[in-house]
Ligand binder design. Structure first.
Ligand code: NAI
Length: 722
């Protein structure tokens, strides 16, 4: 008997199967588990007469972690059959336990996600322990996969097709135990381990011959199946919802989930299991799931675990932070810090402006209380941590400063000079500038080694990323402390070296410029927007330009141009520049905040369609280009500049580039991030280089592949961290 699943039988005949992988900190569906499952299943059948019932639980902190992603990311079309067979073996064994004729209870002592929840689904009764951080659900879709261990087949039979799709499968929602109970994913929630096991025994006692509802005669799937005309009438809504969810972008998982659910609902259980396995294997062997697993699992782990944090420096926690500037960003930063338990002094030029900044937290707290996401008491505690002020003296005792005043270097210098002797003598000094080089900003303070860039994204309370920018004189200690602060407020830190626009602001600029340039070439603006959406960008390109305002990139461009020319270089004029100049100077359309941009806006500031003048002044017949070219011009422009940033040493980590591009600037998630996009392109790097040259021929030298890319392609390498 292997030790992955321990068999513990008490005197009453109840068998507790304790899953406890001896080689890993979490249980996964690896080979050892598969073998163990087969063995305990054989034994249950052989010793059936002495078995009164079964409890499945785990000895780890989490119940079960799901498929082993290290195995899944390596699946190729050639090894797909092996995956199919392994998956079917697990399914067959779970099915044998489910139909043994004995009551089987899942005692979920911790998180049961993916494969973990699928084991629970094969049990007749599911009890979850209300442990902190415990999550239940099928998040496979967020990795480009579907639950291939019977999860589609059983959720459809448990909840009905519509609820299974909308509540569990298509969004991959992770529920806490209480919400899992409300939504029918589990049957019971216990508050202690003892209580959970006692209730499991009570269930076994009360249900000596348990059967799944779907194995009882006359069972019908709740809500019906497509075979029922009433249900069939609603069916067309599913693909439409799906299109809405993915915006037409190339995410194959939702499509396969829908197909597995609908097709599987019309056949018997065993056939449905085979259908599910086929759709699962197709996803696992494809490129998108590999991209998403790489980004959302491996890269994210590398980034958050501190691969980029200097080693050997004691972790430090911030107790009291000064946030300078209570505008849009300052208000959001204050909230995020207070939420993490840090005291915040929120300073602006007038008490009113500071109070208005705190008002933002008041609004967010009220909303969270009304939605039941927090209690009034916790909200009050959070708000009590924020002290709005206009008095610099209130900054005494702050051990970190985050500056978020207007984007003006002189003002930023002045503000830091004013406060540098008021805060703690070793306080960490951070600027939230979105573009200004950190090295030059640092010249405004005495302790330049403690000065660092901490670039948040808007809206701060929702956006998970923070870009840490190391100036030339930033010390290792400051970098480690900035990293710790970002983790303390539960955000994801990427680290880059100093440069104008750093990584994120510079790269997103290429996306926008490419969209705007296409309008300038005479291409229909609605097609440009459609191309961005179908490429998988969360925001359409011209609408994003309007949000950021057209005058801002102009200002940044003029400053960058001056800097390049002062250094003796030539500024590579981008075709978007002329379009933006005309929009601002000739048509007075500076973007959303100015009430008019590429879009029209109504009085309340809501978008009211693309500005018809675009067609009149820019669009020309015969300028259409292939849709694929439109999409790839946007994707390639960002990817190519990311490679240049690696060449320049601004970026030093592939994981940071991938995570930063998805979480910070909306690079499409199906790609796995901006460098993984290059890795995963047809024929890898050499395919990408060939295509870049083609785009350069057609649309301009800005698409020429950088030397680093060509070199790596020639060596047959990929972008990968050491
Ligand atoms: P904002 O205009 O909303 O707020 C700036 C605030 O600074 C105002 O409340 C102003 O009264 C205050 N302020 C001006 N002088 C001050 C002084 N001497 N002392 C204290 N407060 C003073 O600007 P926003 O959008 O919040 O941007 C702030 C900074 O964050 C800028 O450097 C910007 O580039 C950067 N940033 C902006 C992002 C965005 O999406 N808006 C994203 C990331 C960074």
């Amino acid at each position: 008997m292997t030790t992955t699943i321990r068999w513990e039988q008490d005197r009453t005949g109840v068998v507790t199967l304790v899953i406890d992988d001896p080689d890993q900190s979490a249980n996964t569906m690896n080979q050892a588990f598969r073998d163990s499952l087969a063995q305990v299943t054989d034994r249950l059948e052989a010793e059936k007469d002495t078995v009164r019932g079964v409890i499945i639980t785990s000895a780890k902190k989490t119940f079960f972690a799901g498929g082993d992603l290290r195995d899944l990311i390596r699946v190729t079309p050639e090894t797909a059959q092996e995956l199919f067979d392994g998956g079917m073996a697990i399914k067959r064994n779970l099915r044998r336990i489910e139909t043994l004729g004995k009551p089987v209870v899942a005692a979920l002592n911790g998180a049961a996600l993916g494969g973990g929840y699928e084991i629970a689904l094969a049990c007749h009764h599911r009890i979850a322990l209300d442990a902190p951080g415990s999550k239940i659900g099928c998040p496979e879709v967020t990795l480009g996969l579907l639950p291939g261990g019977g999860g589609v087949v059983r959720t459809v039979r448990l909840l009905g097709i519509a609820d299974a799709l909308l509540k569990v499968l298509l969004q991959g929602t992770q529920y806490n135990p209480r919400r899992a109970l409300e939504n029918g994913l589990v049957d019971d929630v216990a508050t202690t381990q003892e209580e959970m096991l006692a209730r499991a025994r009570a269930f076994i006692e009360a249900n000596p011959e348990s059967q799944q509802p779907w194995d009882k005669p006359g069972y019908r799937i709740p809500g019906g199946t497509p075979a029922n005309p009433k249900f069939a009438a609603n069916l067309p809504a599913f693909p439409a919802n799906l299109r809405k969810q993915t915006n037409g972008a190339p995410y194959p998982a939702p499509r396969n989930i829908l197909a597995a659910a609908v097709e599987g609902s019309q056949v018997d259980f065993e056939t449905a299991q085979v259908i599910e396995a086929r759709y699962f294997v197709e996803l696992a062997a494809g490129q998108t799931s590999k991209n998403m697993i790489q980004a959302f699992f491996f890269d994210l782990q590398a980034v958050n675990s501190g691969a980029n944090r200097p080693k050997g420096i004691e972790p430090r926690q911030v107790r009291k932070v000064a946030v300078l500037g209570a505008g849009m960003m300052g208000a959001g930063i204050a909230y995020s810090c207070a939420r993490a338990g840090i005291d915040v002094v929120l300073k602006d030029v007038t008490p009113e402006a500071a109070a208005k900044g705190k008002g933002y937290s008041e609004k967010l707290c009220a909303k969270a209380v009304s939605r039941g996401r927090t209690t009034q008491e916790k909200a009050d505690e959070l708000l009590a941590r924020i002290t709005p002020t206009a008095d610099p003296a209130d900054l005494a005792g702050c051990d970190a400063v985050i500056e978020a005043v207007f984007e003006n270097p002189e003002l930023k210098h002045k503000v830091f000079q004013e406060i540098q002797h008021l805060v703690e003598p070793d306080a960490l000094l951070c600027s939230n500038t979105s573009t200004l080089p950190i090295t030059a900003l640092a010249e405004g303070v005495e302790r330049q080694s403690d000065f660092i860039g901490l670039h948040f994204f808007s809206p701060v309370d929702k956006m998970p990323l923070v870009e840490i920018i190391k100036g030339e004189r930033t010390g290792e200690e400051a970098l480690a402390r900035a990293f710790d602060l970002v983790r303390q407020i539960k955000k994801t830190p990427i680290v880059v070296n100093d440069s104008r626009g750093f990584f994120t602001s510079r790269v997103i600029g290429h996306f926008i410029n490419e969209g705007v340039a296409m309008v300038g070439e005479g291409i229909e603006p609605a097609s440009v927007e459609q191309a961005a959406a179908q490429a998988g960008y969360p925001a359409k390109v011209l609408s994003l330009m309007d949000e950021l305002t057209l005058t801002l990139p102009r200002k940044i461009r003029n400053e960058s141009k001056r800097a390049v020319e002062e250094a003796g270089g030539t500024w590579p004029t981008h075709p978007a520049e002329a379009v933006i100049d005309r929009m601002v100077d000739e048509f007075d359309r500076p973007g959303r905040s100015g009430g008019a941009g590429f879009y029209d806006y109504d009085e309340s500031g809501k978008r009211a369609g693309l500005w018809p003048g675009l067609r009149e002044h820019f669009t020309r017949e015969g300028t259409e280009i292939p849709f694929k070219d439109m999409q790839e011009r946007m994707l390639f422009s960002e990817a190519l500049d990311t490679v240049r940033l690696l060449e320049e040493g601004v970026l030093t980590s592939v994981a940071d580039a991938n995570i930063g591009s998805i979480f910070g600037i909306g690079f499409p998630g199906w790609t796995g991030g901006v460098l993984q996009y290059i890795n995963g392109y047809d024929n890898g790097l050499s395919g990408f280089v060939a295509r870049a040259r083609e785009l350069a021929d057609r649309y301009g030298d800005r698409f020429l592949p950088p030397a680093l890319l060509v070199e790596k392609a020639e060596k047959g390498e990929r972008f990968k961290d050491a």
